[in-house]
Ligand binder design. Structure first.
Ligand code: HEM
Length: 126
């Protein structure tokens, strides 16, 4: 991707600190989103941690998620939850707002969102 100038998204976001601030901005929005909040446990901390591990790996950083939890199989891991097209779009909307708060480069924000769109729609199961 040209806007990344050969960097991984992980590097462009600023490595561990960047991923951390993104997921910490994201989950409070998920919790407040009526379509999404009720699917998640009240204590969101373990979910933030897993997403930190997963996105580090997904965006080209170290394979932290697989080291702890094995093959991601993310669609399968979402099967217990009814993921509808409305929920996929709400999820991406929360991510878009979290990016607006934590990432200043608009091209990088667009690249991140684009990379997440595929999996979000792929996880639709209801
Ligand atoms: C499409 C809309 C989505 C919905 C409604 C959704 C919902 C959920 C829910 C309810 C959980 C379980 C939380 C828990 O009880 O522990 C979860 C876990 C998770 N989600 Fe999603 N999710 C969506 C999209 C995504 C996307 C696009 C990604 C990343 C590409 C993602 C990554 C994860 C990860 C890493 C976990 C933790 C998996 C584990 O337990 O190890 N999700 N999601």
């Amino acid at each position: 991707m040209d806007s990344l100038r050969g960097k991984t998204i992980y590097e462009a976001l600023g490595g561990p600190e960047g991923i951390r601030s993104l997921v910490e901005a994201f989950y409070p929005k998920v919790q407040q989103e009526p379509l999404l909040g009720p699917l998640f446990p009240e204590d969101i901390t373990p979910v933030i941690e897993k997403q930190y591990l997963f996105l580090s790996q997904f965006f080209g950083g170290p394979p932290l998620y697989s080291e702890q939890y094995g093959h991601p199989m993310m669609r399968a891991r979402h099967m217990p939850f009814p993921v509808t097209v409305e929920r996929a779009e709400a999820w991406l909307g929360c991510m878009s707002r979290a990016l607006a708060e934590t990432v200043s480069d608009p091209e990088l924000r667009a690249a991140v969102l684009e990379r997440l769109k595929g999996p979000a729609y792929h996880f639709i199961n209801s």
